[in-house]
Design a protein around this ligand. Structure first.
Ligand SMILES: Cc1cc2nc3c(=O)[nH]c(=O)nc-3n(C[C@H](O)[C@H](O)[C@H](O)COP(=O)(O)OP(=O)(O)OC[C@H]3O[C@@H](n4cnc5c(N)ncnc54)[C@H](O)[C@@H]3O)c2cc1C
Length: 416
């Protein structure tokens, strides 16, 4: 006989009227006006805005694991909008503006903390590139400023700016409105708010097939909990998008890579801001619990493993110890990985697909957490109206056919 705490608890509760209402998980209904596949931050935000702004309340979010258990719960929470091209500036700035009022909107403290994101320049090339970004951002009304090494140290006192370092600091670009938020709270906040508007969030429900009618349009999804009918399906399954879209016969221009991060043991407040170095592939901030949150680069090889190669972390820690010698004796507490999906032009895909009723939102690579509110907001509008929201329009899947690529320069392999 199989032993299961869940089964025992269910038996025990059976005689007392079952689970209390607030613990009961919704059962899938036979049909929904829209289904969102994936209960990460983007999927939950999409469902929330579908209900809150488009009056669509007969909506389900289907999740194969538990809500927020994918990249949303695994990332290092860097938020910024100082991207180079207008298309990217528009979506990420839209998002930062939503972050600024999100706790109030959801009535849930997502702990958005605009403590400043500083991007270090180590080479003449970095200096030229970041200064260009500063000018481009300011022209677009987005805050970004150039700091000398001494100003960078003043903003972040533990930073080592000694000359003769292996990775000398030649200056930094600072976005003061950039910062961090509490990743779990973002997922829970959107989930609770969506749930209160009538959205069904169904966990442990993996989508295993996409059914299409005689005209080729979406008619529903096969899941581990049976068939569920819908005419609108929004796929937001970071890392697994290609697998899911193949169920509808759509081939995606995506590669999936492991990306990893780690935290130190908790220490007293020492890092006042977020510091990123794209050249070294290292970035660091401090959580409210006191842990130093450190992100590393992606693996070189594609994989669905949620753990990255050890040498990637070792390289990152070498760099962090040189940039912040004070942290050399701090011990690592734990590390983990996620799977990010990357497009050829390092920009996301948000919009319609060749299959009527099928919408996709993916390709955020290493940097989609910051986009969570903005992405959900424009994706919900796209699903509700059946055509791309103006901010989403440039990020169409079709650009890989027409060649109108975005090629975002401020989103390299590890540029969050
Ligand atoms: C280590 C690491 C650090 C990062 N750091 C940052 C950062 O500092 N700043 C930043 O902006 N971004 C960062 N990112 C990227 C960011 O985490 C992602 O871009 C973002 O969280 C994607 O959100 P999502 O909701 O699309 O995906 P997810 O949270 O991954 O949600 C997708 C969900 O789909 C579900 N799913 C998949 N297949 C199926 C199926 N067949 N049926 C049902 N459900 C399915 C998955 O279980 C998952 O829960 C980082 C990522 C990692 C891994």
């Amino acid at each position: 006989m199989k032993f299961s705490f869940l089964a025992l608890a269910r038996q025990a509760l059976a005689g007392h009227g079952g689970w209390p209402a607030q613990w009961r998980m919704p059962e899938p209904k036979p049909a929904y006006d829209a289904i969102v596949l994936g209960a990460g931050g983007h999927g939950l935000a999409t469902a929330y805005y579908l209900a809150a702004e488009h009056g669509m309340r007969n909506v389900a979010v289907l999740e194969k694991g538990w809500l927020g258990g994918g990249n949303t719960g695994r990332n290092t929470t860097i938020i910024r909008s100082n991207y180079l091209w207008e298309e990217s500036e528009a979506i990420y700035e839209h998002s930062v503006k939503l972050w600024e009022t999100l706790s109030r909107e959801l009535n849930y403290n997502v702990m958005y903390s605009p403590r400043g994101v500083m991007m270090l320049a180590h080479t003449i090339h970095d200096v030229q590139v970041f200064r260009r970004h500063v000018h481009a951002n300011r022209l677009a009304g987005i805050d970004n400023e150039w700091l000398t090494p001494a100003q960078a140290k003043e903003f972040c006192p533990p930073l080592n700016i000694a000359p003769g370092m292996r990775y000398p600091i030649l200056g930094a670009a600072l976005q003061r409105r950039g910062g961090t938020a509490r990743h779990d709270a973002v997922a829970w906040g959107y989930a609770r708010a969506a749930d209160r508007l009538g959205v069904d969030i169904i966990q442990n429900c993996e989508v295993t097939g996409i059914r299409r009618d005689a005209a080729g349009a979406v008619s529903g999804v096969e899941t581990t909990r049976g068939f569920i009918a819908t005419r609108r399906l929004g796929v937001v399954a970071a890392g697994h998008t290609s697998v899911v879209m193949a169920m509808a016969g759509v081939r995606m221009p995506l590669e999936s890579y492991p990306l990893q991060a780690l935290v130190s043991e908790p220490i007293k407040p020492a890092m006042p801001c977020v510091v990123m170095s794209n050249t070294i592939h290292a970035y660091i901030s401090q959580s409210d619990k006191g842990e130093l949150v450190i992100g590393a680069g992606t693996d070189v090889y594609t994989s669905y493993s949620q753990a990255g190669a050890l040498h990637v972390t070792t390289h990152t820690l070498d760099a962090i110890c040189e940039l912040f010698p004070d942290f050399r004796r701090v011990r690592m507490l734990r590390n983990w990985g996620g799977i990010v999906d990357v497009t050829p032009d390092r920009s996301p895909i948000i919009g319609t697909t060749p299959v009527p009723g099928l919408f996709v939102n993916c390709g955020w690579g290493t940097g989609g957490f910051k986009a969570t509110p903005g992405s959900g907001h424009v994706f919900a509008a796209t699903i509700a109206r059946g055509e791309p929201h103006p901010i989403a329009a440039p990020f169409s899947l079709d650009r890989f056919r027409t060649g109108r690529l975005i090629d975002e320069a401020a989103a390299a392999a590890v540029a969050h």
